[in-house]
Design a protein around this ligand. Structure first.
Ligand code: SF4
Length: 184
């Protein structure tokens, strides 16, 4: 019996950094927690987070994030493309689940974002408005989810729009939660 039998699209919105492309979220009829370590073993260059279990990976220039009962995909051309990719994921999930007895699950976290990568997406003025003494310190807190990107108020002014979009795209691609107001 397949792990996932049904899925449905529950959200379709423009990509943060490239509005010509779309981001989608699909709701599945099964939890992915148990299959994620096996998918992590099968996929190359995935980033696995154990708590709560989530997996993020790039595929052909697109970015996918799997957690709980959801798959989110970004940088997709259109709805047909999204459905095609989601079917590919369902087949991979079910095939991996079926073969799990012959696979060694991997709990390796994979390549994580660095504080420098995040820092490059911040205004780099060290203005302290976020409560940190430097932008680099704030970047480190973002990475450990001890701070919300919203705390960097300057980033959300028109002056830093390009950096903001690029940083949100970077964080989303690495599986970090994005404030819901930027997903609609
Ligand atoms: S509010 Fe933003 S720009 Fe100012 S120090 Fe914090 S991270 Fe840097």
């Amino acid at each position: 019996m397949p792990l996932v039998s049904r899925w449905e699209l529950i959200s379709v919105v423009p990509c943060l950094a490239d509005t010509a492309k779309i981001r989608v979220t699909a709701q599945l009829d099964a939890e992915l927690d148990e299959v994620l370590p096996y998918l992590n073993a099968v996929l190359k260059r995935a980033v696995f987070n154990p708590r709560p279990p989530s997996l993020t990976t790039n595929r052909g220039g697109m970015c996918f994030s799997l957690r709980a009962r959801r798959i989110a995909g970004a940088k997709l051309r259109d709805l047909d493309h999204a459905r095609e990719e989601l079917e590919w994921w369902m087949a991979l999930i079910n095939d991996t689940w079926e073969r799990r007895a012959s696979l060694a699950p991997s709990y390796e976290r994979g390549q994580q974002l660095s504080a420098i990568q995040v820092f490059k997406g911040l205004p780099a003025t060290n203005c302290k408005a976020c409560g940190e003494s430097t932008c680099l310190a704030f970047a480190a807190k973002l990475l450990t989810e001890k701070a919300s990107v919203l705390a960097c108020a300057p980033l959300f002014t028109p002056e830093w729009r390009e950096k903001r979009l690029a940083l949100l795209d970077l964080l989303e691609g690495a599986g970090y939660p994005i404030p819901p107001e930027f997903l609609a």
